[in-house]
Design a protein around this ligand. Structure first.
Ligand SMILES: C[S@@+](CC[C@H](N)C(=O)[O-])C[C@H]1O[C@@H](n2cnc3c(N)ncnc32)[C@H](O)[C@@H]1O
Length: 468
């Protein structure tokens, strides 16, 4: 391939980083093209490797292009045909097993086609997702955040998957895999690595049909060299586009020379960032931060209003309508409720007069004509601006359930806030404790706001910092 005279020389961009220089040469050989306006570096980035702008970049400019055959997936790995033959036995809930087997194979094969890329992967010992913390650490630092429960599920699933699906498959192919080398520990590290470094191509929009949206099987994850060098912030400036023959990273706004190029890993709340990627953004800057209220807390709060009444029947109907569930949650973001239709329907039914509820059940739904602006009305009424004007019975249920949620954390918001304001105390915290603090505090800020806005009218207005 001819050398582009505008391209920065390898030594210029990588200093003494031989693995990076090797990876960039490989990129040239396989046709992965990098704009001369960007470079990969470990300096001046938020975390290890990242991409920086060498010159000003305009919105819409392509930063790099990756041909599809450079992607590392179950469809491009050397073991592709074996995985395809065993497809039925490899089907599993997560849909990750085939990629995991492909990665275990390529990662431990000295002459893998992707070796220069694989050599750039971080040391797996450095991965610090909560799945590598002790259970006690998770319970004490992350109580109430939803992470301990999510991690327990992950760990149980990956162990079952390895024992029941992966091990039997490897034993059928001793020429390709060896359980002594491809251990449960390696499998677990690769699960965490896929969580943090893989990409999942969105499903085609063309056959968008709301009815079977839930039946659609998502695309399996894949590894995308170069794209996975980019760090994430919610206020990102680049985005990966999926083209028929290639993938390309495109600037979504102007980037000044010297600035880091940030991809987006999706609209990620801090609990999701910590769970899947092992890091957090400060709550103030993470516009996607959220907090959950368990549907069971709404039930408990409704019980205070309607001990003997129709509550059980109403809840059963809400379950049948898929508005609530045993482990369901209502999600609140910085602008209000994000699961607004579900919460609106729940509150409406819970607060319905008995005669109306009977009528509602008989009619199998609302009698009133479908309002075209209904969705907008619902979103507005459960937004931060709309909450104070909500029906006082709805507000009471929300207020009490949010109070239960705030009580479910290990410590109150003032304790967290004090710690965050004390630089010395903060510096003395372990990195895990610090990241956990950011997750908890962000969630509590959102919940406390909802708690405040749903206070019964006429209640003495306490200042936000007085509330627990
Ligand atoms: C797709 S990789 C990005 C490349 C990574 N920096 C590297 O050198 O391998 C994702 C990982 O980068 C780190 N990361 C990404 N964005 C970050 C951020 N804003 N703050 C801290 N760490 C970040 C996290 O460790 C995350 O698991």
């Amino acid at each position: 391939m001819a050398t582009d005279p505008k391209r920065p020389k390898l030594g210029e961009v990588c200093g003494s980083d031989a693995p990076l220089a090797n990876f960039l040469s490989w990129c040239e050989r396989v046709g992965l093209t990098l704009s001369p306006k960007v470079y990969v570096s470990r300096r001046d980035t938020v975390a290890e490797y990242g991409m920086l702008a060498k010159e000003d970049i305009g919105e819409g400019e392509v930063l790099f292009t990756i041909p599809r055959d450079v992607l590392l997936s179950q469809d491009t790995s050397k073991v592709k045909s074996v995985l395809e033959q065993g497809k039925t036995s490899l089907e599993n809930a997560s849909g990750w097993v085939s990629l995991l087997l492909a990665l275990m194979y390529e990662y431990t094969r000295p002459h893998s086609h992707w070796r220069p890329y694989l050599s750039l992967w971080p040391d797996f010992k450095a991965l610090d997702h909560p799945m590598f913390w002790s259970r006690e650490e998770r319970e004490s630092l992350l109580k109430g955040t939803g992470i301990p429960e999510a991690v327990e599920t992950d760990l149980a699933n990956l162990q079952t998957e390895y024992r029941d699906v992966v091990l039997p498959f490897m034993r059928l192919h001793p020429d390709l895999w060896d359980p002594e080398q491809h251990t449960l520990d390696l499998y677990k590290s690769l699960v965490a690595f896929i969580m943090a470094y893989s990409f999942q191509e969105p499903l085609d929009d063309d056959d968008d049909d709301d009815d079977d949206e839930e039946d659609k099987v998502p695309n399996p994850p894949m590894m995308v060299p170069m794209a996975d060098m980019l760090n994430h912030v919610s206020n990102h400036n680049a985005n990966l586009e999926y083209m028929p023959d290639s993938l390309r990273m495109v600037a979504v706004r102007d980037v000044r020379a010297g600035e880091e190029v940030f991809n987006t890993y999706g609209q990620m709340a801090n609990w999701q960032l910590l769970h899947m990627y092992g890091f957090v953004e400060p709550h103030q800057t993470n516009s996607n931060d959220t907090a959950d209220v368990q549907t069971s807390s709404i039930y408990k709060a409704a019980e205070q209003r309607e001990r003997q009444g129709l509550l059980v029947e109403k809840w059963k109907l809400l379950c049948e309508m898929d508005m609530v569930g045993e482990k369901g949650t209502f999600i609140f973001g910085k602008t209000g409720c994000l699961t607004d239709t579900e919460l609106y329907t729940t509150l409406k039914i819970l607060c319905m007069q008995p005669e109306l509820f009977v009528e509602f059940k008989e009619n199998e739904g609302w009698e009133e004509a479908e309002d075209e602006n209904e969705e907008e009305k619902i979103t507005r009424s459960l937004s931060i601006e709309g909450l104070p004007a909500l029906d006082c019975r709805w507000k009471q249920i929300l207020h009490v359930s949010v109070g239960f949620t705030l009580d479910s954390y290990g410590e109150d918001i003032q304790t967290d806030r004090k710690l965050l304001g004390d630089e010395t105390a903060l510096a003395n915290l372990s990195s895990r404790a610090r990241r956990a603090l950011h997750v908890r505090h962000g969630q509590k800020c959102i919940l406390q706001k909802i708690w405040h806005l749903t206070q019964p009218t006429g209640a003495t207005t306490q200042s936000l910092s007085d509330q627990s």
